[in-house]
Design a protein around this ligand. Structure first.
Ligand code: UDP
Ligand code: MG
Length: 313
């Protein structure tokens, strides 16, 4: 009896990737040809691209019936695209890949082998260098991972990419997490299971430009912190207690000083500094609180994570 072939779903989020989609397909096709023992399904998720990405994907669909697409009604972000891809995946295995070839498809046979034969549930990739990336960005990225791992119990690996092959169990677990504010790098760690890590040197995009400005990355990092840690709330509370204690001590000092030396009225400038300083701290703490509140607000609205404009699935 012939054994049924495994189906691998490749999920590719695309946002303004007209320069890279075709290149990606060619590279991926070579890998698919090599892995003749497995069947493939390529799911391109067009995340509201404003360029020719969608029409290029449609052309690929006509040439190759393994190519599927989902096209969003607008740009919902990479996290939404990942979720949509995972929801649409029919495969026994699913793999997330960027369209820009920064996630080398040639690693796929090795990844597949690890989940198939070495009893892993997922194979993740991590770049060990960040060469080719702006220095400031690398610096802040490193700091982010350091802080994150201090304040969160979920393991978030420095340099980890979203490039990951998962078995059905892993995919279903991810789909169970229905939160609106998604931070996949944390969710992967949160679901657990056995993960093998592959390491490689950073590769630059083949064409086009990164979709992440420094500001977008900064906001994304806040998303990650709020989604996976409540330590900032604790810091706000602890700061409050610390200042109360400090105030009591200062009161005591003033009390004794007045008793011993009388009370010449002075200290106006220092008073202003203290008021400004404490006002700042208070606003900061309210801001932290607000950040969590905003996330709760978005979650409670329970809006769909994305809207599909068209699809051939
Ligand atoms: N991407 C997306 N929606 C967005 C931003 C990015 O689907 O709003 C996709 C993008 O097309 C690419 C992947 O996510 O396939 C990674 O984006 P990019 O290469 O710009 O990020 P970087 O590799 O620089 O972190
Ligand atoms: Mg990239």
């Amino acid at each position: 009896m012939e054994q049924e072939k495994d189906l691998i779903t490749v999920i590719v989020p695309c946002y303004n990737e007209q320069e890279t989609v075709e290149l990606f397909y060619h590279e991926m096709k070579c890998v698919m040809d090599k892995m003749g023992e497995q069947e493939f399904e390529l799911v391109f998720v067009n995340d509201g691209s404003k360029d020719e990405t969608l029409s290029i994907i449609k052309q690929l669909c006509m040439r190759d019936n393994r190519v599927k697409y989902i096209s969003f009604s607008r740009n919902f972000g990479k996290e939404a695209a990942i979720y949509a891809g995972l929801e649409a995946a029919h495969g026994d295995y699913a793999v997330l890949m960027d369209a820009d070839l920064q996630d080398p498809p040639k690693l796929l046979p090795e990844m597949y082998n690890a989940v198939k034969n070495e009893n892993y549930d997922s194979v993740a990739t991590r770049r060990v260098t960040r060469k080719g990336e702006p220095v400031i960005r690398s610096f802040f990225a490193r700091k982010f991972y350091k802080i994150m791992n201090h304040i969160s119990s979920t393991d978030i690996v420095d340099g980890a990419r979203d490039y990951r092959l998962m078995n059905r169990k892993f995919v279903d677990a991810l789909l169970e997490l229905k939160e609106y504010n998604r931070f996949s790098k944390g969710l992967f760690g949160w679901v657990g299971f056995k993960t093998k890590w592959l390491e490689y040197e950073n590769i630059n995009r083949v064409a086009g430009e990164t979709k992440w400005s420094f500001w977008k990355l900064f906001l994304y990092s806040i998303e990650g912190i709020v989604a996976f840690s409540t330590v900032p709330l604790l810091i706000a509370a602890v700061t409050g207690v610390a200042f109360c204690v400090l105030a009591l001590l200062v009161m005591l000092v003033i009390f004794i000083k007045t008793l011993c030396f009388g009370d010449p009225v002075s200290g106006w400038p220092s008073m202003v500094c203290i008021i400004l300083f404490l006002g700042g701290i208070q606003l900061l703490c309210i801001g932290i609180l607000g950040e969590y509140l905003a996330k709760i607000y978005m979650e409670i609205k329970d809006r769909p994570k994305y809207l599909i404009d068209e699809s051939n699935l």
